[in-house]
Write a protein that binds this ligand. Structure first.
Ligand code: IVH
Length: 716
């Protein structure tokens, strides 16, 4: 006979495992559904690993509802078909995006229920129409046993393995749940998860998804659950399938809303946007309120769904073919449409940025007719593989400018050459450049380019440049829109016509502040007084322009708006060269001698002054009487790192290799590719290889990033 007392107490593995499962389910619900974690992630991991360890030793203790079963399982060849115990219905769609969409539904419900005008409003539940895919989750004795897609409504596909990976979906229900329960709802992908997934796909050079619905559908239908697990999905419950015992001892719901609240209490996510609404008025209000929030939600919706709240009334109304008569989907204007790319144009923005824009066959999307959609930049265009003639998916969400989301590659009609960025600005013909590490192409025309005129004039007139007092954005807009100013020198050629224009502008501005009644009530004398005021302020502007003619070289140079030439650089250039002509004619090498000027700045100056039209503007400004004092060139102080050669190896903690190179070169140093006796310093980062070894062998000084920064600071 066994001596029980002499044996060490056997831990009851089965009950420990059950306890761990229970605790993990509770934590998972707080974390995934309520978004309110109850324990730190590390604690969850610890419990999870404890359960995994027990299950590894005692495989017979693994249950299908164990949290360890969320991931795992082998890749399938195909999904098996399953018959839905209760068919998955579809829903009638109301495409009329006006209030009448809701009114029609309410009128129909009232008619079918035989309610006359004196009867009180019908009780409805209004819900978002989630833009994912319908799923039926079957629980037997509280355990998730099957997840199936809708399929044709009768037969779906068994996607249980993948659905288990969704943290928001409970694997086990509380004891109060019915014996058999089928919960229906929408599997979807949150927008942030979608963005992150696409980012990951891009990094790996894999295909990106055009929208959250496609991404969710792809994840659900992924045969390898390990891949599915890497595509985070979410879930909202919105209905029921089979339920036993339906009425007897189990929960009895009187309304749809009550049913949703019960599902919520059993651990299912139910959208907080679900609301009870009375009659058509409240349905319309709901449609509008949710429509306004649409763009700021964390997930995509394509409309709202109205359902008769009373389950008794739902039963009374029944079905028509495969659609319930008690529900309708009221769509929002589509945010995505297909259309044809007729051409690819290039637009030049106020700052000179060139944006490729798809010219489209007009299409109604997001509530407006769209004829153009941005492609952002050349890299985005290439990534999306857009070519003329393609069928494109165009998206317009809220106030966001329309964009091309992607194209349907299989519908490309014939070979079309790839789009190339123009080398000359389509507006002014100036050179187009893209600096390294930059994604945007830019026109270098600056003050010469019509697209950049307003910006250029404002920049030139600002306080820190030549300073024209009272020259605000509004005035500049009007002067340019009325063609009074076309190029910068026009500012100094404002003759009589301009005076009249300025006067009328000021009058307009004064009049704008008055209401029509006030204007009508104005005495003739007042009008004359106003006119005099306008004359005075017009004269003020002209005086300010005159005053700005006397400036300094740094202010003038800064005012030209040459890219990368800020106030400090302009001062250094002026100090170094003394004269504008010397700056305009300096070679890149000479420019590099100026402290604070690196290769990017030098090249930008050179590109600017190499263009005849820019020099012409400068000449005209001088001819108009813009003057400043010029000085002799300052003696050239050698740059701190002149004569020193650097080699960069490995990965630096914060600086990119190009950035480090620019900094060294700006300080006069040289950067070489390989270590030799001529090397002064080796700058080494993480995973530095043979170059570091060689430096050490040759006894060359080695710096880390901090050391390099110190060296640069010492001398600045
Ligand atoms: S109820 C008996 N509610 O819309 C009515 N469907 O049905 C069954 N959908 O693909 C559907 N949000 O996946 C219902 N709040 C919601 C919904 C919703 C999205 C989808 C559902 C189905 C389609 C048409």
């Amino acid at each position: 006979m066994k001596n029980l007392l002499s044996e060490p107490a056997q831990p009851d593995h089965a009950s420990v495992a059950a306890q761990l499962r229970h605790t993990l389910h509770a934590h998972a619900h707080r974390y995934y559904v309520l978004d309110d974690p109850s324990v730190p992630d590390a604690e969850y991991d610890r419990l999870f690993q404890a359960l995994q360890a027990i299950e590894a030793q005692h495989p017979e203790l693994v249950t299908p509802d164990s949290p360890t079963q969320r991931v795992g399982g082998r890749a399938l060849d195909a999904f098996t078909s399953v018959r839905h115990a209760v068919p998955m219905l579809s829903i009638r769609t109301e495409t009329d995006t006006q209030a009448t969409g809701a009114q029609n539904f309410d009128a129909r419900v009232r008619r079918e229920l035989g309610l006359d005008d004196s009867a009180p409003p019908v009780d409805y539940v209004a819900e978002p129409k989630f833009d994912g895919l319908a799923m039926s989750l079957r629980y037997e004795r509280g355990v998730l046993v099957q997840a199936a897609t809708r399929g044709d409504g009768e037969m779906g596909e068994d996607v249980t393995q993948n659905i288990r990976t969704i943290g928001q979906i409970p694997l086990r229900l509380p004891a109060s749940a019915p014996d058999v329960l089928e919960v229906r709802g929408e599997v979807y992908m949150r927008r942030d998860d979608f963005e992150a997934l696409n980012e990951k796909q891009r990094e790996r050079g894999q295909k990106t998804f055009v929208n959250t619905r496609n991404a969710a559908a792809g994840a659900v239908r992924q045969l390898d659950p390990a891949i599915a697990a890497q595509r985070p999905l979410s879930f909202f419950a919105y209905g029921l399938g089979e339920i036993t015992p339906p009425e007897a001892s189990g929960p009895v719901f009187a309304t749809h809303f009550e049913m949703l609240k019960t599902l919520e209490s059993w651990g299912f996510p139910v959208s907080s946007l679900v609301k009870v609404a009375q009659g058509a008025t409240e349905l319309i209000a709901y449609y509008q309120a949710v429509g306004q929030q649409r763009d700021s939600l964390g997930f995509d919706i394509d409309g709202v769904v109205y359902k008769v709240n009373s389950l008794a009334l739902q039963r009374r109304m029944g079905f028509l073919t495969r659609e319930p008569r008690w529900a309708v989907a009221h769509k929002f204007p589509a945010q995505e449409q297909f259309t044809t790319v007729l051409g690819i144009d290039v637009q030049v923005g106020r700052t000179g940025k060139l944006t490729p824009v798809a010219r489209l066959k007009p299409v109604f999307v997001g509530g407006v007719t769209v004829t153009n959609a941005t492609l952002h930049n050349l890299f985005e265009l290439r990534r999306k593989r857009v070519r003329v003639g393609d069928t494109a998916i165009v998206r317009r969400a809220g106030d966001v400018i329309p964009e091309v989301v992607g194209i349907v590659q299989t519908l490309r009609p014939h070979y079309v050459p790839n789009f190339l960025m123009p080398r000359q600005c389509p507006i002014c013909g100036s050179a187009v450049v893209r600096e390294k590490l930059e994604v945007n192409h830019r026109c270098t025309g600056g003050l010469f380019c019509a697209a950049q005129r307003k910006q250029a004039v404002l920049h030139f007139a600002q306080r820190r440049a030549v300073e024209i007092e009272g020259f605000g954005e509004k005035l500049v807009d009007q002067l340019i829109d009325r063609n009074v100013v076309k190029v910068l020198p026009d500012l100094y050629r404002l003759g009589l016509r301009a005076q009249a224009e300025l006067q009328s502008l000021t009058l307009d501005a004064l009049a704008e502040k008055l209401t029509d009644e006030e204007k009508a009530a104005l005495a003739k004398e007042t009008l004359i007084a106003l006119d005099r005021m306008a004359t005075v302020s017009a004269q003020k502007v002209l005086d300010a322009i005159e005053k700005s003619k006397h400036t300094t070289l740094p202010r003038f140079l800064f005012g030209l708006g040459i890219r990368h030439v800020g106030e400090a650089t302009a001062k250094e250039l002026a100090r170094h060269f003394g004269q504008l002509d010397a700056i305009m004619d300096a070679t890149v090498e000479q420019l590099l001698e100026v402290s604070d000027v690196g290769p990017i700045v030098a090249l930008s100056l050179r590109t600017f002054f190499d263009q005849a039209h820019n020099r012409e503007v400068v000449e005209q400004l001088r001819a108009c009487g813009v003057t400043w004092q010029e000085g002799p060139p300052a003696p050239v102080a050698p740059k701190p790192l002149t004569g020193k050669t650097f080699v960069i190896t490995g990965t630096l903690p914060t600086l990119g290799r190009d950035e480090a190179k620019d900094l060294i070169e700006a300080a006069g140093g040289k950067v070489a590719g390989s270590v030799s006796k001529k090397t002064t310093f080796v700058v080494a980062g993480a995973e530095a290889g043979s170059k570091l070894d060689k430096a050490q062998a040759l006894g060359i000084a080695v710096l880390d990033e901090a050391g390099l920064k110190e060296l640069l600071n010492e001398h600045s």
